[in-house]
Design a protein around this ligand. Structure first.
Ligand SMILES: [Zn+2]
Length: 65
């Protein structure tokens, strides 16, 4: 991977409905005391394909369900 990946939050994720990697929309879901939880949904069918907890001082990796 090149470094143009560094700040690219809306990457492609696998959508079980479309059965392929799709572009996703990021949406703020919850604000928790440990950070902000974002939901990623498929731009085509709207299915939630993953979420991510962003902490105040660090970026946590994507958590896939
Ligand atoms: Zn989809």
């Amino acid at each position: 991977m090149r470094e143009n990946y560094k700040d690219f939050d809306t990457t492609e994720l696998f959508c079980p409905q479309c059965k392929r990697a799709v572009a996703v929309k990021k949406r703020l879901l919850l604000i928790l005391k440990e950070g902000e939880k974002y939901d990623y949904s498929c731009v085509y069918c709207g299915t939630s394909v993953g979420d991510k907890l962003v902490k105040d001082n660090e970026n946590s990796p994507l958590i896939f369900r």
